[in-house]
Design a protein around this ligand. Structure first.
Ligand SMILES: NC(=O)c1ccc[n+]([C@@H]2O[C@H](COP(=O)([O-])OP(=O)(O)OC[C@H]3O[C@@H](n4cnc5c(N)ncnc54)[C@H](OP(=O)(O)O)[C@@H]3O)[C@@H](O)[C@H]2O)c1
Length: 270
């Protein structure tokens, strides 16, 4: 029997991260689950270890903070059977750049950029020095279709997700030149049912129903893509099409479309 690999998942207390935990446990990975809400992590860990007979540990932490982030990186470096990192923790902010709180945007950059950077460094440093790397090992970075464009009231979010996708592409090139079996993926979902929009305080109503996906579908697509070694995974045909159009449209025109769409959907002032 091959040794079970350990999957480390950030943002595992709800939404896409929780579903990664469920689907990876069903695939036989041991888990290390991280997020701030310890009670949710604890009950998920109990449920998954009982259902799938895998080891599930929790790592409650605010990963926008330096010390807990460094401690999680150290756990990755020192776990003998570490195999997969899912950089998933994230959140959105509301309002134009100068109106949205600077502190929130600072934390967003730390969580969406610095945390994947530090954890990926620990993960690849570990995986690439081992000789037992197989097809189950690597990194999944949960980016977004928002990383393919810029949109008003979403500037830091789009910029951090653009970084995450680009970072993942860079890692893929480095793995390729080393002929490494370690895989990386940028998962780029569109609107997905989770706690994300509740935390943000965003009304889901104006977004047509056809554009919403379940977290189960998004994660299943990601893991199917991971099995095949797919670098960029965009779940759902609508978002595949939309992303292709966004990338084909010249930048100046895309920016005008984005501004016009924002004006159209902007709520009139009360
Ligand atoms: N939902 C969408 O439409 C959508 C679309 C594209 C991409 N995404 C991306 O998908 C990822 C997961 O989001 P989701 O949709 O599943 O939303 P969610 O249900 O709100 O989950 C976000 C997760 O991140 C954790 N988190 C937030 N701040 C944290 C911090 N400072 N330290 C540690 N953990 C933190 C939350 O846990 P705690 O609150 O317990 O810390 C939670 O587990 C995010 O990166 C998001 O940008 C979402």
């Amino acid at each position: 029997m091959p040794e079970r690999a350990l999957a480390v998942i950030t943002g595992a207390s709800s939404g896409i991260g929780e579903v990664f935990a469920r689907q990876l446990a069903a695939r036989g990975y041991d888990l290390l689950l991280s997020a701030r809400r310890e009670d949710l992590l604890r009950s998920l860990a109990g449920e998954l270890s009982a259902a799938h007979h895998v080891s599930v540990e929790i790592f409650p932490a605010d990963l926008a903070e330096d010390r807990p982030r460094a401690a999680l990186a150290e756990r990755i470096r020192t776990s003998p059977h570490f195999g997969l990192l899912v950089n998933n923790a994230g959140f959105g902010t509301k309002g134009l750049f100068h109106q949205a709180g600077l502190q929130d945007q600072d934390r967003m950059h730390r969580l969406h950029v610095l945390t994947p950077l530090v954890l990926s460094h620990a993960a690849l440093g570990t995986l690439l020095t081992r000789t037992d790397a197989d097809g189950r090992r690597g990194i999944i970075n949960v980016s977004s279709v928002a990383g393919f464009e810029q949109s008003p009231s979403n500037v830091s979010y789009c910029a951090t997700k653009t970084w995450l996708t680009s970072f993942t592409e860079g890692l893929a090139i480095e793995l390729e030149i080393q002929r490494s079996p370690v895989k990386v993926q940028a998962l780029c979902p569109g609107f997905t049912y989770s706690e994300f929009h509740d935390v943000l305080g965003m009304d889901r109503g104006p977004i047509p129903k056809q554009f919403w996906m379940s977290a189960d579908f998004v994660v299943a697509e990601s893991l199917r893509g991971f099995d095949r070694g797919q670098l960029i995974v965009i779940p759902g045909w609508r978002y595949k099409l939309l992303s292709a159009v966004i990338r084909a449209v010249p930048g100046p025109l895309m920016r005008r479309i984005s501004a016009a769409a924002a004006r159209r959907f902007r709520k009139p002032k009360q």
